[in-house]
Write a protein that binds this ligand. Structure first.
Ligand SMILES: [Zn+2]
Ligand SMILES: [Zn+2]
Length: 117
């Protein structure tokens, strides 16, 4: 089963790889072996580790995908979008200078550019 892996929070690249633990509970940790899996960004080498003895590496992917700030920002933007829709309605079909509706949506677009992974 494949799982969606988010882009790197530091460089924005999507190429990552996972290293699985190289020892297990039955074949325990020794000098130079690693009990936990981890995810690494190929571009900037940012990494996060999962839980010890997780041979599937699932906990490393979960850790990699956990982005509380990014997720908060996304949900704030969603709230803002629905507020603007309620107040002003949908986007105008043409962008007119000085139009408050276009300004409001333009503001949302700029926020998205800054926060979307
Ligand atoms: Zn990176
Ligand atoms: Zn407009």
């Amino acid at each position: 089963m494949s799982q969606h892996i988010r882009a790197c929070p530091f460089c924005g690249k999507t190429e990552t790889y996972m290293l699985k633990p190289d020892c297990s509970r039955t074949d325990p940790k020794d000098v130079g072996t690693r009990a936990f899996p981890y995810m690494v960004c190929r571009q900037c080498h940012a990494s996060v580790s999962g839980q010890n003895y997780d041979q599937s590496g699932k906990t490393a992917i979960e850790a990699w995908n956990t982005r509380p700030l990014e997720d908060d920002a996304s949900s704030l933007i969603e709230t803002l979008e629905s507020t603007i829709t309620t107040l002003y309605g949908e986007r105008c079909s043409d962008t007119e200078p000085g139009c408050p509706i276009c300004d409001a949506w333009g503001f949302v677009d700029r926020l998205k550019e800054d926060t979307v992974e």
